[in-house]
Write a protein that binds this ligand. Structure first.
Ligand code: MRU
Length: 344
């Protein structure tokens, strides 16, 4: 069965697959304004670090639509960029994509070019590049996965979290495409269940065998030698220190993995690498308490209960075996050298 597109552009409209409805319904949101795109990112209809970057890029295309005066349109694009920047704070890809689009907008206006067309071309380029990048990550990563392995992944770092193919799932699928027989362990990933809903959906479409586990089973399976390696994605990797910021729960997996000698690989494109920040500078998203207190909309805790809902955690470099990028496999301490490939 074909995998659905995470998002696509057609006839001046951005269509976003509403991931909140998966795996049971495949419905696209029609976005004709940047505000609709910002809402879709904030409410996680579209999620995953590279995917929200690409969605925001098209949001800026929509902001430039129909503007007759270049200066006024540029102002509108800048305003839209600020709104899109404030949707989610942690994934650096969002800021990377917006910065890239804003500099294209400045350049187009300075050259007297059609702003809308220039932004549309750049958004299309970002989308295409993301898929190519993920395939390259897959190629490098597949070499690290032994035939017959049981691979644990986390959250969803698949096609749905990107413009296509996926990063961590890209590694798994490239290994399978290369003829390796793998099975995948999928922690459900509370509270939004990206593992149980989205990763399981993708793996079932790809015909890759998987089993879902509750998040708290991971350490026990590692202690029994039932996990060959772990491959996760990232929302931000800090080149200065090697820290990896990813879905809440990654840190617990990393601590268990180190204790039980299970390699932990992080699949991350250059667009997820932050060359400036230290861990203290990164804002970890805190989402609404309701996400923890309710499952599928139903309250599971006593009325009036309070909850903590940190969406991401920070894993120190000493717990990470290697980082798989489109430029090769790196030690967490060796990422600064990637700056030479950076386009921003
Ligand atoms: O809150 P989400 O669903 O946007 O979080 C997604 C993740 O944590 C992914 O692991 C990360 O964005 C990498 S996606 C290739």
């Amino acid at each position: 069965m074909q995998e659905p597109k995470t998002l696509y552009w057609e006839g001046g409209t951005l269509y976003i697959l509403d991931q909140r409805l998966l795996p049971h319904r495949e419905k696209y949101l029609r976005c004709t304004s940047y505000r609709q795109v910002a809402r879709a990112i904030k409410d996680m209809a579209v999620r995953g670090a590279p995917a929200i970057g690409v969605a925001a890029a098209y949001g800026l295309v929509l902001a430039a639509r129909g503007g007759a005066k270049p200066d006024k349109t540029l102002e509108k694009v800048r305003k839209a960029a600020e709104a899109l920047r404030s949707t989610r704070p942690t994934a650096v890809n969002l800021f990377w994509a917006i910065d890239r689009m804003v500099s294209v907008a400045d350049w187009a206006v300075s050259k007297g070019l059609d702003l809308y067309q220039a932004l549309l071309q750049e958004a299309n380029r970002l989308m295409e590049q993301d898929v190519e990048t993920n395939k390259r990550i897959g190629e490098y990563g597949a070499r690290l996965i032994p035939d017959g392995a049981t691979v644990m992944t986390y959250c969803n770092a698949g096609a749905l979290a990107t413009a296509g193919y996926g990063t961590a799932i890209g590694v798994i699928r490239a290994a399978v495409e290369g003829g390796k027989k793998l099975s995948v362990l999928v922690p459900e990933t509370r509270p939004r269940l990206q593992g149980a809903r989205l990763t399981a959906f993708e793996l079932s479409r790809l015909g890759i065998p998987y089993r879902i586990i509750t998040d708290n089973m991971a350490a026990m399976l590692m202690s029994r030698g039932q996990v060959s390696c772990i491959v996760v994605g990232a929302d931000r990797v800090l080149a200065r220190t090697g820290h990896v910021i990813n879905k809440i729960g990654t840190l617990s997996l990393a601590i268990s993995a180190r204790y039980f000698n299970v390699p932990l690989y992080v699949a991350a494109p250059l667009s997820s690498i932050d060359f400036e920040s230290t861990p203290e500078m990164v804002k970890i998203e805190e989402r609404g308490e309701e996400e923890v207190l309710r499952v599928a909309g139903k309250l599971i805790a006593p009325k009036g209960s309070r909850a903590v809902n940190l969406a991401f955690d920070i894993t120190p470099p000493e717990l990470v075996t290697s980082i798989i990028t489109e430029w090769g496999v790196y030690e967490p301490s060796g990422l600064a050298s990637l700056r030479r490939y950076s386009t921003t």
